[in-house]
Every structure is written in structure tokens, then in C-alpha cells.
Design a protein around this ligand. Structure first.
Ligand code: GLP
Length: 257
């Protein structure tokens, strides 16, 4: 794992945007894995600027979203498909048909999930997957206790996740859906590069487990320790519970020099 610890969000976003930028310069038809949530917003804003400046283009690219709530109206502002359109896709030059997301309203959610999993493989797999992390250690919507090898599936959200996400639903947990469709941990692990972003003290425990804990279904993100090319980009607060933070800083400096 490469652990980068930064004092501000712009520094995190710049590193993540550079990795994506380099990928698309090298491989213009690359497949990008998109995460919703607040963690990657600065990265998306930096990439949007760069597209406007002509420094990067997604015109030949494709994207796959990680997850979706079940049962939100198609025009609900918190439906992840709408969030991604609003916060990233509408400002960059992906062709509109090139952004894919799990269908949280499919009449048969289980076969819809399997179909989505296959469509990622048929597109050649994800080249770079952006990830956030939940305070309970979930990535995408893979909650504790699930299979570390799962494929895209229908899941049940923990109360912790629904509480965390209530801020997007008028601070009313009863409005937060109970179910989701999410790429599985096995699906996510097939991406060629993983880039996880986390900020704030609320993520410190999950980040400690992710980087230094035992690989376990209790903290689903720990499966990333088994990935050969995983990057963890965090701010000082999110890094505050790491035992070896000073060492990671040193490694980061020396491997960039
Ligand atoms: C949400 C999403 C994840 C996201 C994570 C962190 O519930 N399903 O994809 O990465 O939790 O969210 P945030 O970045 O807003 O802290």
C-alpha cells in the first residue's frame, strides 16, 4: 500500500487527479471507477478544471460507478447516478452513454447486479478505481460481515451508514434507503489500481484498520491490503490513529524524490 498523508484537501485531490490524468494521457480509452460521497469532490473539481484547460480528456473513456441506493425516484437528487452527473460527469467530456451505474430500480435487482458485474468485465475491467471509506470501514456499500470475495450484489445498509448519510437526506435517517446495489469486494479488487481518499477525524479509526489492522470482514476495506497497487490518500486528521504515520510520510517523500 502507498500511504500519502497531507495537510490539506487540495494536496490530496492533486495527487489523485495526477494519477487519473497520467492514466488518460497514456490510455485515452481507459475505464475509470467512480465513487460518490464527499471524499473525492476536490479530485473531481481539479479534473473538471483540467478538462476545461485541455490538459486531459475523457472523450474516449468509460466510467463505472461503485454503488447505488435501491428505490430512490429517478429524479431524486441523492440517487448516486444524479449525484455523479451533478458533481462530475456534467462538467467533463465523457460521452453521456459512457457513464454506467448499478440500477437501483431494476425489476429484478439480483440479475441486474450480476449483469452490471459482467458489463464491467466486458468493458475490459476498471483501470483506476476511486474509493471513499465509510466510518464503519465499508468501501462502496460493502458493509461489515460480507464476503471478502463478493461480486456486485444487493446489500443492506448498517444503521451507522444510514446515520452518516442522513446529512444528505434533510438529516432524517428515515429518508435514507435501507438497501443498495454495490460492486462487491471481489469486483473492486479486480481494478488495476485502487485510490482511496479519506479526510477528517471521523475516518481515523477506519483508516487505522484499513492500513494497519488485520484483514477481516469486520473492516471490509482491509481487503485492499491484498491489492498490488493500492493508494491511500488521507489528511492529517484521518491519519491521526495510525501507529506508523511518520514512517509512511518518510516512505512517501523518499519514493517521490
Ligand atoms: C458512502 C458511499 C461510499 C462512500 C462512503 C464515504 O456511503 N456508498 O461510496 O465512499 O460512504 O462517503 P463520504 O465520502 O461522503 O465520507
Amino acid at each position: 500500500m502507498r500511504v500519502g498523508i497531507f495537510s490539506d484537501d487540495t494536496a490530496i485531490g492533486t495527487v489523485a487527479a495526477d494519477l487519473i490524468n497520467e492514466l488518460y494521457l497514456r490510455k485515452p480509452d481507459a475505464v475509470l471507477g467512480l465513487a460518490t460521497g464527499s471524499s473525492p469532490l476536490t479530485t473531481y473539481a481539479i479534473l473538471t478544471e483540467r478538462v476545461k484547460e485541455g490538459r486531459v480528456s475523457f472523450a474516449q473513456g468509460q466510467a463505472f460507478m461503485l454503488d447505488e441506493y435501491v428505490g430512490l425516484d429517478l429524479d431524486h437528487p441523492q440517487r448516486y447516478r444524479n449525484v455523479i452527473d451533478r458533481e462530475f460527469a456534467s462538467g467533463v467530456d465523457f460521452p453521456s452513454h459512457a457513464i454506467n451505474g448499478p440500477d437501483g430500480n431494476a425489476p429484478d435487482l439480483v440479475s441486474g447486479a450480476a449483469l452490471y458485474d459482467r458489463s464491467i468485465a466486458e468493458a475490459g475491467g476498471v483501470d483506476l478505481q476511486i474509493l471513499g471509506i465509510g466510518s464503519d470501514g465499508h468501501i462502496a456499500f460493502n458493509e461489515p460481515g460480507g464476503s471478502l470475495a463478493s461480486r456486485t450484489h444487493v446489500g443492506v445498509l448498517t444503521e451507522q451508514t444510514r446515520r452518516d448519510n442522513a446529512r444528505f437526506f434533510d438529516n432524517d435517517i428515515t429518508q435514507v434507503p435501507t438497501h443498495c446495489v454495490t460492486q462487491g469486494l471481489g469486483t473492486i479488487m479486480e481494478a488495476r489500481r485502487l485510490v482511496l481518499i479519506a479526510q477528517g477525524a471521523g475516518k481515523a479509526e477506519a483508516v487505522r484498520e484499513l492500513v494497519e489492522g488485520a484483514v477481516s470482514a469486520h473492516w471490509p476495506a482491509t481487503i485492499m491490503q491484498m491489492h498490488p497497487d493500492a493508494w491511500v490518500l488521507v489528511d492529517d486528521d484521518a491519519a491521526s490513529a495510525l501507529d506508523l504515520a511518520d514512517y509512511y510520510r518518510e516512505v512517501w517523500e523518499k519514493s517521490r524524490a
